[in-house]
Design a protein around this ligand. Sequence first.
Ligand SMILES: Cc1cc2nc3c(=O)[nH]c(=O)nc-3n(C[C@H](O)[C@H](O)[C@H](O)COP(=O)(O)OP(=O)(O)OC[C@H]3O[C@@H](n4cnc5c(N)ncnc54)[C@H](O)[C@@H]3O)c2cc1C
Length: 504
Amino acid sequence: MSNFFDPRYKTTSRADVVLVGAGIMSATLGFLLKELDPTLKIEIYERLDRVAAESSDAMNNAGTGHAGNCELNYTVQKEDGSIDCAKAFKIAEQFEHSKQFWAWLCDKGYILHPEAFINKVPHLSAVFNEADRDFLKKRYEILKSNALFEEMEFSEDQELLKKWMPLMFHGRAAEGILAATKVDKGTDVNFGELTRILLKLLCRKEGVQLFLEHEVRDIDKVEEEEGIWQMKIRNLKTNENRFIDTKFVFIGAGGAALPLLQKTDIHEADGFGGFPVSGQWLICKNPELVALHSVKVYGKAAVGAPPMSVPHLDTRIIDGKKSLLFGPYAGFSTKFLKKGSMFDLLGSIEFDNLIPMIAAGLQNIPLTRYLIGQVTQSAEDRLESLLQFIPDAKIKDWELQEAGMRVQIIKKDKSKIGVLEFGTEIVHTENGTVAALLGASPGASTAVSIMLNLLEKCFKTRMESPEWQNKIKEMIPSYGKSLLEDQERCRTLKNKAEIALGLI
Ligand SMILES: Cc1cc2nc3c(=O)[nH]c(=O)nc-3n(C[C@H](O)[C@H](O)[C@H](O)COP(=O)(O)OP(=O)(O)OC[C@H]3O[C@@H](n4cnc5c(N)ncnc54)[C@H](O)[C@@H]3O)c2cc1C
């Protein structure tokens, strides 16, 4: 099938699978696909000169292995006072899929040093007022009843809390932090390094090629051949175009997935729009402060703030070095990628998404106002949020750094015309020949589950075959069977993965 050349289509090559973008999503999908079918010819195109340089890069995201341990926005207090923990359970289970897959890579000898990308960093949630303390306690009681969260601790004891997060008690009046929960086996994940590891392993396999500084410019249906897509790709070094045909395209272009999806002209993409949210962190430069904090502490988002702006003070472990990160300070932007164009947002407005975008915009005026307010914050304003976490923080110890972009999904809605969503969504054709991942949350931590879901949608028949089922269960043993229901199996698999990943 290789070296296909047909002058009708100006095609220079033909691949079974084309992955657009070299971030964690393409890397995960490419690896899974090649394991499932080693004969596949896979080509990966990346516009930048290195892989994982957008959202997947270590300092472009918070590196939290999202498992529902500490993110208070995954557990929602309902009007009757009860707490809905469904999202926390779902994400915890999805993160177990990721851990099982990464553990399998270690067991197979593909990864010899898991600490290069994953490290144990306890996950804490801290609350500062009585209402939030009651919420935290109820949340703890529900979560702890399941094997996925049974190691969670809750405390109101000031002496113990001080031991858990000494830096946050620096200069703090008594009882400043009312309560906290802690999960010791939380993780910090360097998704950039993981992407590089996966792509390096993948590119060693026969039939896989990675093209850097190659930008996908267009994706068109080949009329003469059912289910074949032709891609126009610009070599950014030579400015030459290359045209390739493929049976399957994954648009894993992060924030830029929407404009590429629009180029396919598939009706499934109609009505989708994007709402870009930029981010900034404060990074601690003072080694004495860094030494005093070895956990990730999440608080509660301010009223009116979007869920992705929940403040947190994080220990990061990157290239074996420890650092501290506080944020994110979300902001409004018109770019879809950190290295994107100011015209991205404008360019994505089309006839079919104009009305949903206006409707979503009108419903979210307070959010837009909040994000614009965030962009215009002064160093003093930023310090104010940090002071809630570290009461005697000094701005000279912290440096402002640009984080990655998140493009939230806007889509059509029957009753509201258009809605803004904070999750992720796979948009694909009925025949499964093209798929795009829109949205950014909870993101990289759940890449394995998201890509398994994509395979179920786009490779339905093969996914149902005993051959693929067996291979997937070898890589992700709990695939297809809920860990929530089988507590004993949950404990066994969790323990096995944590040993392989060096977390215990
Ligand atoms: C501020 C912030 C904090 C976050 N925190 C966390 C966290 O703590 N934990 C977590 O799990 N997730 C987190 N996330 C989410 C996570 O980073 C993303 O979900 C994940 O990195 C997305 O991976 P991706 O492969 O889809 O996209 P990316 O990593 O953005 O990769 C997309 C790639 O496509 C390339 N590309 C784009 N257009 C083209 C084109 N036309 N042709 C060729 N290449 C193209 C880009 O250059 C880029 O390299 C965070 C994100 C942000 C922004």
